[in-house]
Design a protein around this ligand. Structure first.
Ligand SMILES: [Zn+2]
Length: 372
């Protein structure tokens, strides 16, 4: 059996629901130490992370990934149990098969197949808190590396980025995510005495209409235009004869690098003020955007994918946030590439068995292209 498939199965068999790593990292550490990696276990809060490095000259190429997985949903609705890796009709099933235990296995086996003496250095940054709140995971390891001046030249994140065929898409950035909690204030009262009330829903409506039709930016070469969406509106007492005193609105921006956190905030405040809305607004930046323009790393991975899968990847910044946003603080080139994302976070998550060895080959070829 393929060594990558074997290791992927061993990882899937460990029930590593965020933030519990369930022994995945020790399994990897044992194999990496045999290859001459110096491993630092970095536990923050209740999260296991590790940083492994071999070599102390540049360039430093790092693989980043997470051993944690999302909850299974009703296990009885899985065709085979989520933590019993099972091959059926050419697919390997199990929670984490695509997101992202197979990628981790592929990278480790690629290292096992490469000579231990390569020019430059190789690192691995592995966390068990990517799927959760992500406060004690990659961000903390990056802070520790940054504090001692350890910078990364190239980082490959093994997230499942492929869309219809493995290799058709790599991610060279992600949009930012900015949320707002808006409370519009009015004056509560009897609906039959409108001169004694101030209806916050009526006050908010024209501002909402304008926010909804605002073009925030046009995106750029790498990003689609910024989008603004309301996720919740709550107001009213439940009674039909009471005008409520306030209305609560939650909204979120997914923003491109054509806008900034500040430019978006300023525009929202300007629109609310223009409509004379009385309000309180709290902001939360849940992810900064990051962008890796075309360069050595995107070229090396694209050429490796072409060789291993016979597919030419498209660069994309679509999808949710990823740990790439943290790594970008200490690394100028971060690219994400991994299996198909069609089944991630779903029941019966799977990867194609035939796609597993080419993934290992892709990581291996990429390392060979960058470290020569
Ligand atoms: Zn993931």
């Amino acid at each position: 059996m393929s060594a990558t498939l074997e290791l992927a199965k061993q990882l899937i068999a460990r029930r590593s629901l965020t933030p519990d790593d369930a022994g995945c990292q020790e399994l990897l550490i044992e194999r990496l130490e045999k290859l001459g990696f110096k491993v630092e276990r970095m536990r923050f809060g209740n999260v296991d992370n590790f940083w492994a490095r071999r070599g102390n000259v540049g360039p430093l190429v790092v693989f980043a990934g997470h051993t944690d997985v999302v909850p299974t949903g009703p296990e009885s609705q899985w065709v085979s149990p989520p933590f019993e890796p099972t091959i059926r009709d050419g697919m390997l099933y199990g929670r984490g098969a695509a997101d992202m235990k197979t990628s981790i296995a592929a990278f480790v086996v690629a290292l096992e197949e490469l000579p231990t003496k390569l020019p430059g250095s190789i690192g691995l940054l592995i966390t068990s808190d990517e799927e959760g709140v992500a406060v004690d995971g990659t961000v903390k390891v990056v802070e520790a590396l940054q504090a001692r001046g350890e910078l990364i030249d190239y980082c490959i994140v093994g997230e499942p980025t492929s869309n219809l065929k493995v290799g058709d898409m790599i991610k060279n950035g992600r949009r930012g995510s900015l949320s707002g909690t808006l409370k519009v204030k009015g004056i509560q009262g009897h609906i039959a005495y409108p001169h004694l009330v101030k209806n916050p829903i009526h006050m908010a409506a024209p501002a909402i209409a304008e926010l909804a039709k605002t073009v925030w930016d046009h995106g750029n070469e790498y990003f689609p235009p910024t989008s603004w969406q309301i996720s919740n509106i709550n107001g009213g007492t439940g009674a039909t004869n009471v005008v409520p005193g306030e209305v609560d609105i939650l909204f979120n921006f997914r923003f491109s690098t054509a806008s900034t956190e500040q430019s978006l905030k300023d525009k929202v405040h300007a629109i609310l003020d223009k409509h004379h809305v009385e309000y309180e607004l709290h902001w939360e930046l849940s992810g900064k955007p990051y962008l890796t323009p075309k360069g050595n790393l995107s070229e090396a991975i694209s050429a490796a994918i072409q060789q291993a899968y016979g597919v030419t990847p498209e660069l994309s910044t679509s999808g949710g946030t990823s740990d790439g946003r943290f790594i970008a603080d200490i690394c100028p080139q971060v690219i994400e590439f991994g299996p198909l994302n069609a089944t991630i976070h779903k029941l019966n998550e799977c990867v194609g068995v035939a796609d597993i060895d080419p993934l290992k080959e892709t990581y291996k070829l990429t390392l060979q292209k960058l470290l020569k």
